[in-house]
Design a protein around this ligand. Sequence first.
Ligand SMILES: [Fe+2]
Ligand SMILES: [Fe+2]
Length: 374
Amino acid sequence: MNQKSPAILTIDDESLIRESFRLYLEDCGYQVQEAENGRVGLDMIHKSLPDLVLLDLRMPEIDGLDVLQEVRENYPDLPIIVISGTGFIGDAVEAMKRGAWSYLLKPIADFNTLRHAVEQSLEKARLIVENRNCREKLEEKLRLRAQALERSNQLLRDTRMQVILRLGKAAEFRDKGTGRHVIRVSCYTKILANCMGFSEEDADVMALGSALHDVGKIGISDSILLKPGKLSPEEWEEMKKHCLYGRDLLTPLSVEDEEGFTSEVGGTLGGIISDSDLLQMSRVVAYSHHEHWDGSGYPQGLKGDEIPVVARIVTAVDIYDAIGSKRPYKAPYCEEKCLQIMREASGTILDPEVVKIFFDSLDLLQQIKAKWAD
Ligand SMILES: [Fe+2]
Ligand SMILES: [Fe+2]
C-alpha cells in the first residue's frame, strides 16, 4: 500500500453511482478514480495499480465477472469489492468464487457499510503484504544461517581431517617415514572400501581412520623403533604393543581429563571427547591392523570374520605399501614381487575377499602409488 492515501478505482457504467462513491470516499480521505466499463477499468488497473477496486457486475464491453477473473490472474492480492444491483444470490456466489473479497448490494442505503468494507479490505491487504515481507525476511535469514552453518561444518570437517592426517604423519615421521605412507594407505583404503560397496561417507571415515593405524608407535622407544637390525624377542614383544598404545590413545578421554582441561585451559572439549564414528574407526584400525586372517596375528589372534572389516582392508594395503617402500632395514620390492606376496598372503595373512578386490582395483591403487611416491 502507498504511503499516501490509498487509491481506489470504481468501475461502474452508471455515472451517478460512480460520482456518489467518489465524493463519499474522497471525503473519507481516499484518492478515487473512475472507469465507465470493464475494458477501461482493466486498462487503468494495468497502467497504475490501485490499492482497491469497487466493481459493478452488469456492464457493457466486459462484464464484471470477467474483469474479476482477469484481475485475479494478474494481481492475486488486489482487493476487489463487488457492488451489484442484480440481487441474485448466484451472482454473489460466483463473484466470491472468482476472488471478490466482499459483496455489497446496490443501492447502498448506508455508506458507512461501504466505508467499513473498504477499510476492512485495505487492512487485510496490508496484512498480506506485511506477512509476505516477514516470511521473505525470515526465509532469507534462515538461508544465511544455513550457509553459515554449512561453512562452519565444512571448516570443522577440514580441521578434523587435518588433525587426523597430521597425527598419523607425526607417528610416521618417528621411524623416518615421509608421511606419504599414511596418505597412500588412506587412499588405498578408500578405494577398496568403495569397491566393497561401502557408502561414500563410510569409505571416507574408514580412509581417515586408517591414517592412524600406526599412531601407537609414538609410545615405542627409539632404540626399538629405529633399530636397523633384527629385534630381539623382548624388543619384538614391545614393538607389538603399538597396537595397544594406539587403541588407548584413541579411547575417549576420561571425565577427569575433560575436567582438568576445561578448568585449566577453559572452554569446552564438547565433541572432541565424544566417541565419534571417526574415533571408533581409528581405534579399531589401530588395535587390529596386525590381525591375520588365519589367526596368526596380534594382539588378540582374531581369525577370519572376527577381525573387523576395516582392519582387514588396512592390513592388506599397509602390507602392500610397506613391501613396496624403502625401510631402514630393506630396499623396496618391485611391483611384480609385491603382487606375488599379496597373492600368496591371500587366505593366510589376508582376507581372500579383500585380496580379490585389491586385484580388481589394481589400476586405481597403482595410480595412487605413482602419484604419492616417496
Ligand atoms: Fe602397525
Ligand atoms: Fe603402516
